[in-house]
Design a protein around this ligand. Structure first.
Ligand SMILES: [Zn+2]
Length: 892
């Protein structure tokens, strides 16, 4: 593997660069001193230098080397460690955690784990457990692969805890705490960073921040293979790495979690307490502990003379961070941020040079101080944790008692949501019979999420439609936006899973007395295919998420599939637009069983039929059905495409729906003859096609190609840019952007010389300083209601309203009737906002503007999304719209 070929090179480089190996030796000695002054180390524990050839902070340790050093430590101290591989990255690299504890603790590790699980259940008689259990401190490193010092600090932390001799602090830490070190949460991203850094490396480390070794090419090392920011993936659990991490955290239930990051090189160091806003479901005890750790770190940083800041930037509102998701399981969870050298040396704006070793030392210091502080407060932290879990149960016994999710029209989507909740430690049950909840009749198969459970606050966070920010914070943001200052909102302001999945949720105030069984995240889909009724001549698949995945796989296997462009009634049941039909007579032998297996795997409903007569609507042999083909899909890759948008699209295609896609660099793409492809996806971005390239793109569409543009790519495609689709993007005042910004006549805000002075009226200062033309107000990330045009095949599997995540400042005028169809339109202003923060003044501009447009062009299509339907792979509903475009577009 390419990664491994470079593995040993950093070491070699360090030696060669040193001209005489002296320089490396010198810094190894310095680093041992620098980390923890006056510490004596046990020679039986191998140093980093002995195993890898470089000391702490002298080289950027590669992912492969991280693994080798962990192995060496675990082998040297088998009775005080346990090394566990908990996941494998998309690119095949192992993810580990190393448990470090006293001999006594490690000998009883499994018993301790069981004890922690009992504690986490909110056990009533827990005194013995609390007297006995260690406090678990989980140190997470390098979730962003280019935040490099974090992983090297992890290796230093492990070495220090295992090798320090006669240190009262280390002895106390290991007596009272169990320290779990995850040194590298994103090995693929780290390898990407290390490779490009090495490629750009000068004769000796170049501190110029603009030099090639610091300047990462697209997509950068922050993200994983699918270009996901894994620090936003906790409740979506879309990535293998996060899935593994959530699973093992739910085995150990740590009481203290630190996620160690890096920030811009001109900063200093950040640790808790966090900035506002604070999620209202964090408790007072948690906030007090954030303060406790903050003060302990501050005292140590003062002692060492390190600069730091608290409270100013990193908030604790959004629940999908590595430092917030575990907090709703009861941990004290914190983010620490070190200024990044983004290499071995970095010249700051003030002329001083930040070294990689500085970063490693600072992270090492805060991490070991945190573990020590936790050890000193062992009993308090365990009691707080227990109380958090118990009070969550108590909270759920008042007011609303449970959430109910009926299977609804697309049972595959409800089931996916139920499993996702179960995968994050939330108890979910499935009703085995129909039941009554209040005045509502709930069918068998309804999922029940009781709120009286230890993870009740996490359940509320993810299932409530909206989590409110506090008024003082909102007031300050309102002031800032009016002054045209950027807001202090760090991430999206809405994330309700039922809204994003577009499933119905019923709030129940009485626990349902109904026969149920527990939902397990990994429970296999139902067993063997049901025997087919006599005379089965084909199958109907009502469209939905599971059906889309089924049909994608079926088409790839050569099964012939039709899709209904209108509704029909068969055997008394009404079938919606998009329903797929497979006729066995036109398929190979064995298709029935094959299709049954595929459908089961994807949780799709597959109905055998023995005659094709429809009582109402179109016939199954009608011209108003479309023959689907396995689409050959191309997508733009590399700058100027947004790496996140490109990664989300690729993930949605390949992993969510099993659709193959050719990712092609944008520079190659515009000169490429696309005749062998049916679909082109342009992720968010402002493209720079040549005139010739654009002409060829338009010809390809006219000849039957389906172009799908996402977010900023739709802005680029609009009439005022390259004219692939007849929409206009709008200014804040609702006028099209194509109008000259100096227009003057329409804005009415030009307070200067143009207007005739009216001596009778006082000068209107506020009005006079309003800019003439502005982009629409920026959305930090909110959920907007979208009304779908139900007669269009793009909406198959969805009905009426859905919710879409909107962020940024894009507003599109709807298409005129002669240009195309506005398949999705934002709801009118008064019911536009489904959840999250959208300023009142911004709502009228968005109301009834276009979300999803379809413009038939020649024999092809342009399908434009105003926002990214695959945003972080959060929203099943909009992802279904996206796969509909890919799968159904070429058939029409
Ligand atoms: Zn980070």
């Amino acid at each position: 593997m390419r990664g491994q070929a470079t593995a040993g090179r950093v070491t070699n480089l360090c030696m060669k660069l040193a001209a005489a190996a002296l320089l490396c030796l010198w810094s190894a000695a310095a680093s041992a001193q620098g980390l923890a002054p006056n510490t004596t180390y046990d020679a039986a524990i191998p140093t980093l230098k002995a195993v890898l050839g470089h000391g702490h902070g002298e080289a950027i340790t590669t992912p492969d080397e991280v693994g080798r050093y962990l192995d060496a430590l675990a082998k040297a101290a088998p009775d005080r460690t346990r090394l566990v591989q908990y996941a494998t990255s998309w690119e095949g690299r192992p993810l580990h955690y190393l448990v470090v504890g006293s001999r006594e603790r490690i000998a009883r590790l499994d018993e301790i784990k069981r004890g922690l699980q009992v504690l986490a259940s909110g056990a009533t008689d827990a005194d013995r457990l609390i007297a006995d259990l260690p406090v678990v401190v989980w140190l997470l490193h390098g979730v962003h692969g280019n935040e490099i010092s974090s992983s090297d600090a992890a290796l230093a932390e492990a070495y220090h805890l295992l090798a320090a001799r006669g240190s009262a602090d280390v002895d106390l830490t290991l007596r009272e705490a169990l320290v779990i070190i995850d040194p590298m949460q994103n090995p693929d991203g780290r390898q990407r960073f290390v490779t490009q850094n090495l490629l750009g490396r000068a004769l000796e480390p170049d501190p110029n921040p603009q030099s090639a070794e610091h300047d990462e090419p697209w997509p950068g090392g922050r993200v994983n293979h699918y270009l996901f920011d894994m620090n936003r993936d906790y409740f979506a659990l879309s990535q293998r790495e996060t899935q593994g991490r959530a699973r093992v955290m739910l085995e150990w239930y740590p009481q203290v979690i630190v996620d160690l990051h890096e920030m811009g090189g001109n900063s200093s160091y950040y640790f808790a307490p966090p900035a506002d806003p604070i999620n209202p479901l964090l408790t007072e005890a948690q906030r007090k502990s954030l303060d406790l750790f903050g003060r302990a770190n501050a005292a140590e940083f003062d002692k060492r003379g390190f600069a730091y800041f608290v409270r100013e930037v990193y908030d604790a509102f959004y629940p999908g961070y590595g430092d917030s998701w575990p907090a709703f399981h009861g941990a004290v969870a914190m983010t620490y941020e070190q200024a990044s050298a983004r290499g071995l040396a970095f010249t700051r704006d003030d002329g001083t040079v930040l070294s990689y070793k500085d970063g490693v030392t600072h992270h090492f210091t805060s991490a070991t101080t945190t573990a020590l502080t936790a050890a000193r407060n062992r009993e308090r932290l365990l009691r707080d944790f227990l109380e958090y879990r118990r009070s969550a149960i108590a909270l759920g016994q008042k007011g609303m008692r449970e959430y109910l999710i009926p299977p609804g029209k697309d049972a595959s989507r409800a089931e996916r949501l139920a499993r996702l909740l179960a995968a994050q430690g939330i108890q979910v049950r499935r009703a085995e019979e129909a039941f009554q909840s209040g005045s509502q009749q709930m069918p068998a198969g309804t999922f029940i999420i009781p709120l009286a459970q230890p993870a009740g606050r996490l359940a509320r966070n993810l299932l409530d439609p909206d989590i409110k920010m506090d008024d003082a914070f909102l007031k300050e943001q309102d002031r800032r936006r009016k002054a045209r200052l950027s807001d202090q909102i760090y991430d999206v302001t809405a994330w309700s899973l039922p809204l994003m999945f577009d499933v119905d949720v019923v709030a129940g105030d009485r626990p349902a007395g109904v026969k149920t069984r527990e939902v397990r995240p990994d429970e296999p889909a139902s067993a063997t295919p049901a025997p087919l009724p006599q005379g089965t001549l084909g199958f109907l698949l009502p469209w939905g998420s599971g059906a889309a995945a089924t049909v994608t796989e079926a088409l790839r296997q050569g099964i012939r599939v039709q899709t209904a462009d209108e509704t029909f009634t068969h055997s008394g049941r009404k079938f919606a637009i998009g329903t797929a039909f497979v006729r066995l007579a036109e398929n190979a032998e064995g298709t029935a069983v094959k299709l049954q297996q595929i459908a089961q795997r994807h949780g799709a409903e597959l109905l055998p039929i023995s005659q094709t007569w429809t009582e109402e609507g179109i016939s199954l042999g009608s011209g108003r059905t479309a023959r689907l083909k396995a689409p050959r899909v191309l997508m733009a890759w590399d700058s100027p495409a947004s790496s996140l948008s490109a990664g989300w699209a690729r993930y949605t295609l390949e992993q969510r729906f099993g659709q193959r896609v050719t990712a092609m660099r944008t520079s190659t793409l515009q000169n490429y003859d696309m005749k062998d492809y049916d679909v082109l996806v342009l992720p968010s971005g402002t493209y720079n096609y040549s005139e010739d390239g654009l002409r060829r793109l338009k010809d390809w569409i006219r000849n039957g190609g389906t172009l799908i543009t996402l977010a900023e790519a739709s802005r680029w495609a609009a009439r005022d840019r390259v004219g692939l689709i007849s929409t206009d993007t709008l200014w804040r005042d609702g006028t099209p952007e194509k109008d000259a910004p100096e227009g003057g006549t329409q804005g009415g805000g030009s307070g200067g010389g143009g207007a005739k002075p009216d001596s009778a009226k006082p000068f209107d200062f506020d009005k006079s300083i309003q800019p003439d033309r502005e982009r629409p107000e920026n959305l930090a990330g909110a959920m907007l209601r979208v009304t779908l045009y139900p007669y269009h095949w793009l909406t198959a599997g969805l009905d009426g309203d859905i919710q879409a995540i909107a962020e940024g400042s894009r507003v599109f005028a709807p298409l005129k009737l002669d240009a195309g169809i506005n398949v999705g339109v934002y709801a009118p202003a008064d019911r536009l906002v489904a959840a999250g923060l959208v300023w009142k003044e911004a709502q009228p501009l968005l109301g009834e503007r276009a979300f999803l447009m379809h413009q038939p062009t020649g024999r092809g299509h342009v399908i434009a999304f105003a926002e990214d339907p695959n945003y972080r792979a959060y929203a099943e509903a909009t992802q279904l719209l996206f796969i509909n475009a890919v799968l159904l577009g070429p058939g029409h």
